[in-house]
Design a binder for this molecule. Structure first.
Ligand code: SF4
Length: 243
């Protein structure tokens, strides 16, 4: 490993193994690397308490490390678990804030002959960073709704469309779009944005905020199947009570 690569670090809140609880790979066993920063502020965020942590908890080796954590340390954990998981989930927070780290991690994995799909979970708001990691194998990309409570919503959506075009579904990469939904939302606006990105995604996933009523979400699904495969998938890990 080159000396300059060893200096690449990222703020990570935790590293753990669990079951993927969202989207079309629901139930798959994964190694999760949870990055500790996010550029958005969604009111329903269920990882707020895990952001901006001074320490990273490595649940695999029962260790606590000072942040930021070096790429060599994380790559070695990936190498040690590679036979036991379906893929490596890059989650957060927002992993694209650490695109340079992910790029170096992939390089180190290649040097160590560690081959495993990289699964990116992103809010899709940072297109310049998305360009750096076009090698990811699976993308669970968010389409944020206006009711998520983020300022500059129109700018976020412009960037989301750019991100989906950069990380679009191809023969080599599986990209789907996840839409987190509370009880109330502007269905027409969602359908309109979904129409713009429909050719970039394998399918759409409607994910109710935990406990949300389903009637408006089912109506949205009926409208969206007109433009593409649209699945209603709740968060499995909330029902299982696992991380
Ligand atoms: S983008 Fe994700 S991690 Fe960031 S605030 Fe929204 S829900 Fe939380």
């Amino acid at each position: 490993m080159k000396k300059k690569d060893k200096e690449i670090k990222a703020e990570i809140s935790e590293i753990f193994e669990s079951v993927q609880g969202e989207g079309i790979l629901i139930g798959a066993r994964q190694l999760f690397i949870r990055f500790a920063r996010c550029n958005l502020r969604c009111w329903y965020c269920d990882t707020k308490d895990l952001l901006n942590r001074e320490k990273c908890i490595d649940w695999i080796n029962s260790r606590e490390l000072e942040n930021p954590v070096g790429v060599e340390y994380v790559s070695e954990i990936v190498g040690s678990r590679v036979m036991k998981v379906h893929s490596i989930a890059l989650t957060g927070g927002e992993p694209l804030l650490f695109a340079d780290f992910i790029k170096t991690m992939r390089k180190v994995m290649n040097e160590l002959s560690v081959s495993k799909p990289l699964y990116l979970e992103s809010n899709m708001s940072l297109p310049e960073e998305a360009k750096k990691i076009k090698f990811v194998d699976i993308v669970s990309g968010d389409l944020k709704i206006r009711e998520s409570g983020n300022a500059n919503y129109d700018e976020i959506i412009d960037n989301t469309i750019k991100c989906f075009r950069i990380l679009k579904n191809t023969r080599k990469r599986l990209t789907f779009c996840k839409i987190v939904l509370p009880d109330r939302f502007d269905a027409d606006e969602i359908v309109s944005v979904a129409e713009t990105i429909k050719d970039c995604v394998y399918c759409f996933v409607l994910q109710p905020v935990f406990g949300a009523k389903l009637d408006t979400i089912l109506s949205l699904q009926k409208a969206m199947v007109e433009i593409g495969d649209t699945r209603l998938i709740p968060q499995l890990h909330k029902y299982l009570g696992v991380r």
